[in-house]
Ligand binder design. Structure first.
Ligand SMILES: [Zn+2]
Length: 337
């Protein structure tokens, strides 16, 4: 089968790779209907994370072709969406509601390919109500990571009715957090973005205001819009020191920051933590927890997160997709196996 391999930073190839097979009785194999490139794939691509001949891809939708002997919730022929975090769904951490930190879990990989092995299938995959119409595929694929992650960011930031929500980061996850805040009933949603095309999409997803400034100037602009207080809820969807501090400074006292950008070199001074008196919660999103609800909203055409994909390429041209995302010419790239 064909699969995407990152040889080293900046070097993405599509190669013949070992066929996806059942290794453990809890595994499933799926034939991918669509795959995509994640903003987090750019960290190794840019050399900010080590990489050596690694199969790529952790967002996936497809049809089950084979299951291990212990798998009970899905069977060959089922259309499934899975979380980028693998989880058994039964350990104490999973049942506490944190499947992304499952004690037996890990991260999905190898989904930018024709087929993929999904470990812990029962606790990781969710079956759709039937075979989806082709128009639903991008949205279901988004649910696998970016939508679920943006949703978690909004929930972690306690977005809800009457709240002003600010979103730091206009990548796919930030845009999905805007959609989530809207669905959760936030009254005002401020997108922090300086790119016209992303601002337009942000407004389509529910943003009511746009702030173009960054860093301390960005936080100051948020305070100006909120009677000098700051936002009730801030979603941090980048993962850098500047974006994290921008998020913390944009939150009002008693407010909440939901951080979902993969943290790279972020350090929060204790004096800020103590002095601001805010709630901080984040990490890898427990997407599996939200999947049944998200699939339902997509299936009923209540949300259309698939609009976040602005470039579609055949799997064979994955390298072009990485380049387009790296150069910010594309927000998110869908790959067709
Ligand atoms: Zn678990």
């Amino acid at each position: 089968m064909r699969g995407v391999v990152m040889e080293s930073a900046g070097d993405v190839r599509v190669e013949d790779v070992a066929d996806a097979r059942i290794h453990k009785p809890t595994d499933a194999v799926i034939k991918l209907t669509a795959a995509c490139i994640c903003g987090s794939d750019l960290w190794p691509y840019r050399g900010a994370q080590p990489v050596d001949h690694q199969m790529m891809g952790h967002e996936y939708v497809g049809v089950v072709t084979e299951v291990g002997s212990d798998v009970k919730s899905v069977e060959p022929g089922d259309f499934v969406v899975g979380s980028f975090c693998l989880s058994d769904g039964t350990c104490e951490i999973c049942t506490d509601g944190y499947p992304s930190r499952c004690v037996n879990g890990g991260f999905m990989s190898g989904a930018q390919a024709e087929y993929a092995r999904v470990p812990l299938a029962d606790g990781t995959l969710v079956k759709t109500p039937g075979q989806p119409d082709a128009s639903l595929i991008p949205s279901l694929l988004a649910a696998s990571d970016v939508l679920g992650t943006g949703w978690f960011g909004a929930v972690a930031a306690q977005a809800g009715p009457g709240k002003t929500v600010a979103v730091v980061g206009d990548g796919a996850v930030g845009l999905m957090a805007i959609l989530a805040a809207r669905q959760l009933g936030a009254s005002r949603i401020i997108a922090m973005s300086r790119h016209a095309s992303r601002q337009r999409l942000a407004r389509e997803f529910g943003a009511t205001d746009i702030v173009e400034e960054r860093g301390d100037a960005g936080a100051e602009a948020i305070r100006k819009l909120t009677n000098g207080l700051g936002a009730h809820s801030v979603v941090e969807a980048v993962g850098t020191q500047e974006s994290m501090m921008q998020a913390i400074h944009a939150a009002r006292s008693g407010g909440s920051v939901g951080f979902v950008g993969v943290s790279h070199g972020v350090e929060i001074p204790g004096s800020e933590l103590f002095g601001k008196e805010i709630h901080l919660f984040g990490g890898p999103a427990p997407v599996r927890l939200f999947l049944p609800d998200l699939i339902d909203r997509i299936w009923n055409h209540q949300i259309d997160p698939g609009k976040v994909f602005d470039l579609t390429l055949p799997l064979e041209r994955a390298a072009e997709g990485y380049k387009a995302m790296d150069e910010r010419r594309a927000i998110k790239v869908l790959l067709q196996p």
